[in-house]
Design a protein around this ligand. Structure first.
Ligand code: NAP
Length: 304
């Protein structure tokens, strides 16, 4: 990269707060490696300023942006078009500014999640039974991804069970009449574990995903979404969306049972790689991006 100059193109991430984001490190490492004259910046956008920030992408000639907490839902109202997956999930994490100036919203969290499962654990959703812990934005992307991939049964357990049932209902509606096998969407109360009716469901799952924010640094070792007395099969694939630390208590629990594990850092990497390709038209250099992420998390003192 020749260094930032008058021809350098911009990409940004919009969120609030934004200081924790690893996306600038990951993407700038990739641009440098491929000698692309693009710079990725983080923007801490105050509530109330989101519309101006999004319209500014077009006005300033940006290639696009990522969107993160708390704006993944709200941003849709400032976009010209939504891709089908972003509309079904109800969240946008990637904006592309098209050459004709249209702002189009996509969601790469869903496909990035499936890719991480495939790369790291050789997991394919088709015909599988999955349990998702959590019912927020990240859980919505996971449930949509698994259902699109042909999962047989998806059970959503959340601290607020009404939110889990709302997600199950949205997905039942979206996938009803879709070609292929009928998908069973069920929901329940996360706090009913370990003694409740879902213990057997967890024990028999092909995939168990933490899509809650529990386990996030700095309280990482104190918190896990799953009581460790719950039995787990060694054939179950464990995925934690939390990526700080890389080895969360949930991931360590899976490892202790001999399960294959997929870290949140890998999900972050693959969603980023898909966004990268949308903005640049070039395949993302996965190894370079992975190394940048690992160095940032471990080097930041929270990657144990
Ligand atoms: P969100 O929409 O705020 O949802 C948070 C979820 O965590 C909800 O299900 C919430 O339950 C649950 N939760 C929070 N505190 C809890 C507690 N003390 N006990 C039990 N459940 C609790 O957030 P999100 O966007 O879905 O993100 C969830 C996590 O995924 C975050 O850690 C985020 O960093 C991570 N993430 C990672 C990636 C990646 O690429 N690796 C991508 C997206 C998100 P209630 O509904 O009851 O409040």
């Amino acid at each position: 990269m020749p260094g930032i100059n008058a021809g350098t193109k911009g990409i940004g991430i919009i969120g609030h707060p934004i200081g924790h984001s690893l996306s600038p490190i990951m993407h700038n490492a990739a641009f440098k490696h491929l000698k692309l004259d693009i710079c990725y910046l983080a923007f801490d956008v105050m509530p109330g300023d989101l519309g101006d920030a999004v319209r500014g992408l077009k006005a300033l000639g940006f290639l696009g942006a990522n969107v993160t907490i708390p704006y993944k839902v709200e941003v849709a109202r400032y976009l010209d078009e939504l891709a089908s997956e972003a509309s079904a999930i109800g969240a946008v994490n990637t904006i592309v500014v098209k050459p004709e100036g249209l702002l189009v919203g996509y969601n790469t969290d869903a496909a990035g999640f499936l890719r991480a499962l495939k790369y790291d654990a050789d997991f394919e959703a088709r015909g599988k039974r999955a349990v998702i812990l959590g019912a927020g934005g990240a859980a919505r992307a996971c449930v949509y991804a698994l259902a699109s991939g042909g999962a047989r049964e998806i059970v959503i357990l959340n601290r607020t069970p009404e939110r889990a049932e709302k997600l199950a209902e949205d997905m039942r509606r979206h996938f009803s009449g879709a070609p292929g096998e009928e998908i069973a969407f069920r929901s329940g109360d996360l706090s009913s574990l370990p003694g409740g009716p879902f213990v057997e469901v967890v024990a028999g799952a092909d995939l168990l995903v933490n899509a809650t924010s529990l386990g996030m640094w700095p309280e990482s070792d104190a918190l896990s979404p799953l009581p460790e007395s719950v039995p787990l099969a060694s054939t179950t694939v464990i995925c934690d969306l939390v990526y700080r630390p890389v080895a969360t208590r949930f991931i360590k629990f899976g490892q202790s049972r001999g399960a294959r594990v997929v870290s949140g850092l890998s999900v972050l990497l693959h969603q980023g790689a898909l966004s990268f390709r949308m903005w640049t038209g070039v395949d993302a250099p996965l190894n370079v991006m992975r190394e940048a992420l690992v160095n940032a998390v471990v080097g930041g003192g929270s990657g144990k």
